[in-house]
Structure formats: C-alpha cells, structure tokens
Design a binder for this molecule. Sequence first.
Ligand code: AVJ
Length: 333
Amino acid sequence: MNFVNEDIVTLNRISITNLLQEIGPDEVSTEIVAGLQADQKAISSKYFYNSDGSLLFEEITRLEEYYPTRTEKSILKQIAPALMQQYKGHDIIELGPGDHSKISILLNAATGLKQSTIRYLPLDISQPALRSSAESLVTAFPNLLVEGYAVDFFSQFGPIRREQPALICFFGSTIGNFEWADSLELLRNISIQMKKGDVLLLGMDLVKPEAILHAAYNDAQGITKSFNKNILNTVNDLIHADFQTDHFDHLAFFNKEKSRIEMHLVANGDLSVHSPFFNEDLLLKEGETIHTENSHKYSSGHIQEIVKATGLQLNQTHTDEQEWFAVTEFQKG
Ligand code: AVJ
C-alpha cells in the first residue's frame, strides 16, 4: 500500500540518537532544595517547561505584547534566502529547537536551491519532541535528512558526526536565560567545538524602551503570570512540596544594571512550605521573593564582548526595522 511505503521512506530519513546521561532524581531534588534555601530563593527557569508550562509558553509567543518570537521569525524570513544561498551545502545544527517553526523558515528558503539533500541535526533534551518534529519536517521537506540527538546539554555538539561545515542555529534568545558570565562561557564552549568555516546564528533580544520590555513580561491577559506560577507545580511534583500558587504574586521588572528582565514570585503573606526533602519547613516572609528567571537584553557592546570572549568573527547583525531583536552571524575563522 502506498502510504506504508511513504512511511518507510520517511522513517529512513530520520535517526534519533540518545546521548542523555541518566540524571538521578537526587540530583534534581538537591538542586531545587539548595535554590530554595539560598538567601535569595531561586528556582531554575528550566523547570518552567512541564507540559502545562510548554503550552503556556506557546500561548505567550502569540501574545500581542510578547514581541520576541514574531520579530525573530520576521528577521529569519528576511534573511533566509540569502543565507541559505551563501551557506548552501552546510549541515544545519540547531541547539534547543523547541518547535520546528524557525528552522522551517530556513528550510523553506533552501528548497529552491536544488540541493540533493540537506542534513538537519537538532540537539534537544526531549526525545519525544525530537521525534515528532523530525516526522513533520521530513514529511514537509522531501530532501531532508534529520539526525537528532537527545542531550542533557545542547551546547555539547562536539561528538556528533560532521560531514560538512555547519550552520549552527541557537534561536529564541535562550542564551538570555544564562547569567552574563555563564553565557560567555557557554558561547566560548560552542566556539571551541566549531570547525573552520562553521557559522553561528544567535538569536538575541535587544535592549529597548523599558515600557515595551515591561509589557512583554506583564501581559494584560496574565498568561505570563500563570507561566511563572506554574513553576511551583513542577517543584511540587519533583520534591513533593505543597506550594500553593495563589499564595504568590507575579513580579517581572527590568534590572537596568544587569540589563535583564527578572521574574520572581512574591509571597503574599507569611508562608510555610513542607517537603520531605526539607529538614524543616521552608519559611517565607510576606514580600519575600523566589527568583524564577533572567532574560537578558543585549546591546552592541555585549556583541563586542562576545566577539572578544569567543574569538569568533562577527559577520553581520541582522535586525528588524525597530531593532528590537537581532540574529547575529558569527564565523569561525
Ligand atoms: C524562552 C527564555 C526566551 O526569556 O523571553 C517568556 C521565556 N519568560 N516570558 C524569554 C519567557 C517569560 C523566554 N525565553
């Protein structure tokens, strides 16, 4: 039957390799407990993305106030034809792809270029997400080979099999979640693994008037508030705690000195939280915050610092007309 053959052809163009080191549940609970017992209580932003959190983030990307996703996609649409022409024959590596909408923009632009095959190598923590994206992509693009890698840390692409120079895509200003010093270290680590001729495309959210930044993280519908509070549900699941989301308020503000939006959860009364992983109940005073996310906003000075720290050469900075977002193109010389 026809569709069975199609399925086989499609499957032959997908391979998913599991490079995940099993992280024990103790490591997770130890990290969470340590964060909650620090002077400034904190929960790592990676815990936003349980299944509800991933849906809420998708909702955020469609909000009027949340400009980054649509702005980055509009830049990619603009630059994709020339980029795909210039880097024709490069493998495409994507770090933390999430959904496949951004890479599809590049692949769409590449389809007119009469390439026999395009190799696409996504690196993500979620194996199911890799598989479902791969299936959609090979169906949409008949000359595409997808070699996905499930990894703990998407910045480790050194070990993967390389055939050609690569276009390494790191979109969404995900880099912005890292402390500035850590982001430089991560980019240095990426640059060390790059081979001569490789290109890094880095999505970076830019500094802009504070009111616009503020609105993007304090939307009128309160989706960002729900997204922020939902991190407590993940923590409750992971350390069997009894955080109640309605005992916290959403706080998101621009920290000018550190050039970043910070998100916190603010205790709206004196609270006590129980978990079998705590030696004693965790106490929060009214007004005390749990820091849940940093989202750095960059300027040209930061880009220069990245060049200095990584030794990469800056080819071009592609921005939208309002200069709200940048896709910077770095090359390994
Ligand atoms: C996915 C990390 C880029 O920082 O803007 C959206 C996550 N947090 N609204 C961002 C997020 C609040 C987002 N990143």
